[in-house]
Design a protein around this ligand. Sequence first.
Ligand SMILES: *Cc1c(COP(=O)(O)O)cnc(C)c1O
Length: 220
Amino acid sequence: MGLEDIRARIAKAEAEAGRDPGSVTLIAVSKVQPPERVEAVLQQGHRCFGENRVQEAAGKWPGFRDSFDGIELHLIGPLQTNKTRQAFELFQAIHSVDRPKLANTIARIAQEEGHCPDLFIQVNTGEEPQKAGILPADADAFIAECRDMDLPVQGLMCIPPVEEEPSLHFALLAKIAARNGLAGLSMGMSGDFERAIALGATHVRVGSAIFGERVAAHPA
Ligand SMILES: *Cc1c(COP(=O)(O)O)cnc(C)c1O
């Protein structure tokens, strides 16, 4: 547990997969964590964090940004279109692009603002009705649609079903990315990030294994 341990495990997984050291970005998922735990990780020099709610991030990160330089924030949870502009102000990357309406809104605001966060398209690899994400069968068309809008799509993201072996989902995501020429793969959490790295993850989203269990105000 803790940042140093996770960094060491990532380095080991990179080596075992024959991947370059540092080829995997660690997104420390700080949602719901008490500020002192987040500050401790900032003090250790880590700068890349993930949040799943725009509102929560807006309350917490401007303050940390006053005290620490170089913070990079990733939005890893669902984005309502009416919060898109606020998301542009806070986040350097959005991992939850999951529907045409949102892609359209992002394209319009990118035009107006003259910049756009890095984008990952979320794929619902388990085809779970309650889960966000484009269905695997619709992914190629949606990726093409986003590219037609000149959106900076870096890669794909998935959250595998809780009850299933995640490797099958990581492999599916990697396959969809490869056939679409996308390099980024946002996959792997506390319980499975090593398996995700073995299958090509470029961004792992690790929360509880760094910060400790979340106080269950609002879980994932
Ligand atoms: C909360 C969350 C994570 C981190 O989960 P842990 O199991 O605590 O590592 C990763 N990805 C998403 C999308 C999340 O919402």
